[in-house]
Design a protein. Structure first.
Lengths: 226, 125, 288, 287
């Protein structure tokens, strides 16, 4: 497995430099704008998986390098396992990098200590597992163009719902209610007192999601012709 | 008109073309005044270079077998009978001399050769 | 006779094309050329062996083992050259090589560096700066640097000049000195094959027409060039195809001995090149 | 005169096209051969003014290719070595893109060519194989009855059957005497039959440019034992390769050579273009 991770890192080295740049900008922005902890947690748990799933896959698609990867002495299942493991490595590396960065430069240590609590780390793990479990299979099945079309479709959907709600006159906009429910869910998770059972539940559910992600992605990858 | 080119033979292709057309003119297969395909048409049909067919036609023109009439193309030239007979005899003579050389090589005596010749000649009648 | 690759009624369906129950055996220690028109299924067969695409049915054994169950082990003994080199263009050659080297237990770094030097490939240059020919050479370097027992090449020489092609063929024959090695390579440049291949497989729209020893083909297949109406008068034994032209007819036959007895004196018989064979079996005025 | 190049020069960091001159009369097919990286693509790009030249002059149809660039380009059918198209476009969509640029674009010709080359009109270009993409660029280049076909390795990745058909099409085109074809290729068997002129370029210089017949009548492939080669006789050769059982050498004047080696048993054969290339670029020249 080590050689796989090394392969993924070498093949995507240019991408990693760009990503490190983003992380620095993000942490400066968080500190400068004094962004709420909850929002940055949610934002990170979406952006990091998106990077791992989409941009690494995008490079592979652009250079048709999957033929190279699939012709190596390995099998498709291992390739997907390697992709998942590398993704998690990158996610945690980005997190540690961010926390180190904020520890060194940030004014309000409270933000940092909040992050370091076990509960918030586990919540972060759960949320990013959820996003990754959606993005990785989606990208494998539909590829880069799928991701672009997907993002565009989301925006159009947003616009339509706004139009519908403004036309239909009722105050409560579906989109806003949707976002509220997400924020309430995260609020609920964050305020829940960190009983061992709760923490264990978080960990177990994150693991389950990842297991599903692995199996489903492998299933999809095996079906593809290169 | 029949043209069969061998890529393996030592003789250059333009020579093979010129020779085959010459033989068909002498043997009467190609009649006097009959039109020949243009240089480019022949090259396209035989899938060879235009320069090769041009060279072949120049050979034939030099030896008086064909004329090129500007704009209208090439035609089998008016062979004066005398010259034609002479060329026919020359062709037969070459073939015979090969046969004689071969016979000498294999130790066939003159009488046997003559006998064979008359037999072969009578066969087709 | 031992076979490195055994394919039994392999079937693969695409939207516009189907590989129809192909069976093929590639003998160990020999070079097999795979020829056929564009889209005949050459790349499909090679990709099926490498499990890059999924077969609908059929069985493939490589080194005597099932090519899916022992996928990793088999692939570690295969040198694969792609028709379109699939490398990350913004990476230096040496980083691409160092990324894949650990996957091959028999990887030999000195051999790799020697080959790179011989093929005049700059280790520190990015792939996008290389011409198509040099990319193919790099692909070859990687395939030859881990003592592969089976070398699978999909049009390795396309875009390469005759000088390099000859060097490649010399290197291949050098590799073949050790009888353990086997080569399957598909190409459109049949003259390369005529110099080096031991066996030839001709495939045409998804079906294998024949898979024979090369000199069987080159000795017995001839092109007869004769007068136009020769075909009507006589029935040529072993006829595989013919082409009528304005000034004669060209007939491909796979049985020179029988055919020669029937031929008129002024006809010419010439050895059929692989190109002729492909042309007449595919394009000729008929498909006898 | 379809094409006239004099003293064309182009400098790259690692390669120089050294003052080459070349003439191609209209109505003929010229093959351009040479090892990888010898300047074939550079030359073709210079003719199309796709790269800047350092010095020299190029005349096409008698007109300078800078002054009359637009008119010349509308009469040239160009095929690029690596067909790059907007890959998400469908084959039939690329037609509408192209047809606007060419005054005498002919749709029926394009569709008939697509039929002949059996190009899938509704498939996306990204899904086409390399060979099929090349066939598409050929169909596009041949559909506006260009007077000058300029092609960079059009036969790469194409099977022998199609290659023969393509060459047959070239001979069809030059039935009209003011149409001309210049194409580079690595598959020299394409040229052995139908090419009229052959130009050989190596390391940015033109070693010879003559009719194919002249080439095969004057150049010879010489084989013999190594002993008969001495310092003096080596001078007669363009390139020599010594093997364990004898040498193989190339001469550009086989009559002179036959006289020089009369009495010694040597074999002089017709060289194939591959032999010429290998011996010219890899053989040790009579240094």
């Amino acid at each position: 497995m080590l050689k796989h991770i090394r392969r993924e890192l070498i093949f995507n080295q240019t991408q990693l430099y760009i990503f490190a740049g983003y992380m620095i900008i993000f942490w400066i922005w968080v500190d400068w704008q004094d962004i709420s902890f909850r929002f940055s947690l949610l934002f990170l748990s979406f952006v990091l998986p998106l990077f791992c799933a989409a941009s690494i896959q995008a490079r592979e698609e652009r250079f048709k390098a999957w033929t190279l990867n699939c012709s190596l002495p390995t099998n498709r299942k291992t390739l997907i396992l390697a992709r998942l493991v590398t993704s998690w490595l990158l996610i945690f590396a980005a997190l540690v990098f961010g926390l180190l960065f904020s520890a060194l430069f940030q004014e309000n240590p409270a933000f940092l200590s909040q992050f370091l609590e076990l509960k918030s780390l586990l919540i972060f793990l759960l949320l990013s597992s959820l996003f990754l479990a959606f993005l990785l299979p989606f990208v494998i099945r539909f590829g880069l163009s799928g991701v672009i079309i997907g993002l565009v479709a989301l925006q159009i959907l947003g616009v339509i719902t706004l139009l519908l709600t403004s036309m239909s006159g009722n105050k409560e906009n579906i989109l806003r209610s949707f976002i509220h429910s997400v924020i309430n869910a995260v609020k609920f998770l964050l305020n829940h007192d960190p009983t061992p059972a709760y923490l264990l539940l978080l960990l177990v559910s994150a693991a389950a999601i990842n297991a599903f992600n692995l199996k489903f992605s492998q299933f999809l990858f095996l079906r593809r012709d290169f | 008109m029949k043209i069969i080119i061998s890529n393996a033979s030592q003789k250059p292709i333009y020579f093979q073309i010129a020779e085959q057309i010459k033989n068909q003119i002498i043997s009467g297969e190609l009649k006097e005044g009959e039109s020949l395909p243009s240089i480019r048409k022949l090259a396209q049909e035989l899938q060879i270079s235009v320069i090769t067919t041009k060279r072949a036609y120049e050979e034939l023109e030099k030896e008086g077998f064909i004329d090129t009439v500007g704009g209208k193309g090439c035609f089998v030239a008016m062979q004066n009978k005398e010259l034609l007979r002479e060329k026919k005899m020359k062709m037969v003579e070459d073939k015979l001399s090969n046969a004689v050389a071969e016979a000498k090589l294999l130790g066939v005596r003159l009488e046997e050769l003559k006998e064979m010749l008359t037999l072969l000649y009578k066969e087709d009648e | 006779m031992e076979y490195t690759v055994e394919i039994e009624n392999l079937r693969k369906e695409f939207k516009g094309f189907t590989l129809k129950d192909v069976s093929l055996r590639i003998p160990k220690g020999y070079i097999m050329g795979l020829i056929g028109p564009n889209g005949a299924g050459k790349t499909t067969i090679i990709k099926l062996i490498m499990n890059l695409i999924r077969k609908n049915s059929g069985r493939i054994l490589v080194f005597g083992k099932d090519h899916i169950r022992y996928e990793a082990e088999i692939k570690s003994r295969i040198g694969f050259v792609y028709d379109v080199p699939p490398f990350y263009e913004d990476l230096k050659l040496k980083s691409t090589a160092s990324a894949i080297a650990p996957f091959y237990p028999e990887w030999n770094q000195q051999l790799f560096l020697k080959l790179m030097d011989e093929f005049e490939l700059p280790l520190d240059k990015k792939l996008k700066k290389l011409s198509h020919g040099m990319k193919m050479k790099f692909s070859l370097c990687l395939a030859l640097s881990h003592h592969a027992d089976l070398i699978l090449m999909d049009e390795p020489t396309s875009g390469l000049d005759p000088v390099f092609r000859q060097e490649l063929l010399e290197r291949l024959s050098h590799i073949m000195l050790d009888e353990e090695k086997t080569v399957l390579f598909s190409t459109h440049i049949t003259s390369d094959l005529e110099r080096i291949a031991d066996y030839i497989t001709l495939i045409n729209n998804g079906k294998i027409l024949f898979s024979k020893a090369l000199n069987d083909v080159l000795e017995n297949w001839v092109v007869i060039k004769a007068e136009k109406d020769l075909l009507e008068k006589k029935d040529i034994p072993g006829i595989m195809g013919y082409q009528k032209t304005e000034y004669g007819i060209e007939i491909l036959t796979s049985d020179v001995k029988k055919a020669r007895t029937l031929l008129p004196s002024d006809s010419i018989t010439e050895k059929a090149s692989l190109e002729d064979i492909m042309y007449f079996t595919n394009k000729g005025d008929n498909n006898a | 005169m379809a094409l006239e190049i004099n003293k064309l020069r182009k400098e790259y960091s690692d390669f120089i096209l050294k003052d080459i001159s070349l003439k191609l009369p209209s109505g003929y097919i010229m093959g351009l051969i040479g090892p990888n990286g010898s300047g074939k693509t550079t030359l073709i790009k210079l003719i199309l003014n796709m790269t800047q030249r350092k010095s020299g002059e190029i005349k096409i149809f008698g007109m300078d290719n800078l002054i009359h660039e637009i008119e010349i380009k509308s009469r040239i059918g160009f095929v690029h070595e690596e067909p790059h198209y907007y890959s998400y476009l469908k084959v039939k969509e690329i037609r509408s893109l192209f047809s606007r640029f060419y005054v005498n674009w002919n749709d029926d010709l394009f569709y008939s060519l697509c039929g002949e080359f059996n190009l899938p009109l509704d498939r996306r270009i990204s899904a086409l194989s390399r060979g099929t993409k090349m066939k598409l660029s050929l169909a596009l280049a041949l559909s506006h009855n260009a007077d000058f076909l300029l092609m960079d390795e059009p036969t790469t990745g194409l099977d022998p059957v199609f290659r023969r058909e393509l060459l047959r099409k070239f001979t069809e085109i030059i039935q009209n005497e003011n149409k001309t074809v210049l194409f580079s290729t690595h598959i020299t068997s394409d040229l052995e039959r139908t090419a009229d002129y052959i130009t050989y370029i190596q390391k940015g210089e033109i070693l010879f440019s003559c009719t194919k017949d002249h080439l095969f009548e004057t150049w010879g492939l010489v084989k013999g034992e190594n002993e008969i080669l001495d310092h003096e006789s080596k001078k007669l050769f363009e390139g020599i390769r010594k093997g364990p059982y004898g040498f193989k050498a190339l001469t550009s004047d086989k009559e002179k050579l036959r006289r020089a080696f009369s009495g010694k048993n040597i074999l002089i054969e017709k060289p194939s273009l591959d032999d010429i290339m290998v011996l010219l670029s890899r053989g040790e020249i009579n240094a």
